[in-house]
Write a protein that binds this ligand. Structure first.
Ligand code: SF4
Length: 327
């Protein structure tokens, strides 16, 4: 099927000339404005896997120093696979979502045991790795092995949606599966690496979720969302802009929630405390509770028990009758 007929198979009009124009503008912008990120200076699939797992749920600025430290501690996939899980978790902290560290090590061990230490280079092969989803598989295939494949993360989804489909408010016009198919169909020939990186950069720096900087955007002339926003803002109701603001406000509300009262915070406190305990020494739940929560009482025992069960299930703790320790 030709690219033209594929594009027209979606329930909206999309001119190949428009797609070509967007390719040209965005790739030109990327050639001068791309972010200088350490994982872009390597083709090592292991290093790129580490960066991709770290970038899930964590901002680039926080990932950069930890990425370097992690690769210094575990320079190769074999080093990571053969390390103790307690050491891996210790180096990972304080990046957060520590379960990612355990998952990353599981992948390394699987690759060593089943793939002779070589990370697969195809989407299908990468999807066989435990915990690797379609986005990460696409990112590794493209960024490490330069395969001509599409991949869709939050930034790419938002940017593609706005350029070709218009504003994603009040509802997205394509579900995840269709967005991936769409992304595959508009991939520029031979430019998948730069194209995917450029979409991510534009989404992170210019076409942000609640405050798109259309004035500085290289795609303004081609962008459907920009046209919609310009039209709506002519009316006093300003419906679309209000929608955008609502999203920003919702995010702000979320950020002021007291993080220090969340289970996620206390899960982190448990790992932090156990890192200070001599290797193999176990800590009773009552002692652990007193260490992580100043006002801890016996009534909190079911709560800490549940936290410990969750961390054990995630592979972050070793739990026994005598108490808990890092695995
Ligand atoms: S013109 Fe505005 S909405 Fe469109 S891609 Fe650029 S920043 Fe995003």
């Amino acid at each position: 099927m030709s690219k033209r007929s594929l594009i027209s198979s979606f329930p909206f009009q999309l001119e190949p000339e428009l797609v070509a124009q967007v390719h040209c503008s965005l790739l030109r912008w990327y050639s001068t404005e791309q972010r200088d990120l350490p994982w872009r200076a390597t083709n090592d699939p292991y290093a790129i896997l580490v960066s991709e797992i770290m970038l899930q749920q964590t901002q680039v600025d926080r990932v950069m120093p930890k990425y370097e430290q992690f690769l210094t501690a575990f320079p190769t996939l074999a080093d990571l696979a053969q390390a103790s899980t307690a050491d891996v978790i210790s180096v990972w902290v304080p990046l957060g979502y520590n379960r990612r560290a355990v998952n990353l090590q599981s992948i390394a061990r699987q690759v060593l045991a089943e793939y002779d230490g070589r990370i697969p280079d195809t989407i299908d092969g990468l999807l066989q790795l435990k915990g690797v989803g379609r986005y990460t598989a696409g990112a590794i295939a493209c960024f490490a092995y330069r395969k001509q494949v599409a991949t869709v993360d939050t930034n790419i989804r938002r940017v593609l949606h706005r350029i070709f489909l218009g504003l994603e408010f009040p509802e997205q016009k394509l579900n995840d599966a269709n967005m991936l198919t769409f992304a595959e169909q508009i991939l520029p020939n031979g430019e998948a690496y730069s194209w995917n990186q450029a979409l991510m950069d534009l989404g992170a720096t210019t076409c942000t979720s609640s405050n798109p900087q259309c004035t500085y955007c290289p795609l303004q002339e081609s962008c459907r969302a920009f046209t919609e926003m310009s039209q709506y803002s002519l009316f006093p109701s300003g419906t679309v802009l209000r929608q955008l603001r609502k999203v920003a406000e919702k995010k702000a509300d979320y950020q002021v929630q007291p993080f220090k009262s969340t289970n996620r915070y206390f899960r982190g406190r448990i790992i932090d405390h156990l890192r200070t305990v001599p290797s193999g020494q176990r800590v009773s739940l009552a002692d652990l509770g007193a260490q992580i929560k100043p006002a801890f009482t016996h009534a909190d025992m079911p709560w800490i028990q549940k936290l410990v069960e969750g961390l054990t299930k995630d592979g972050l703790l070793d739990c026994a009758n005598e108490g808990v320790c890092l695995p």
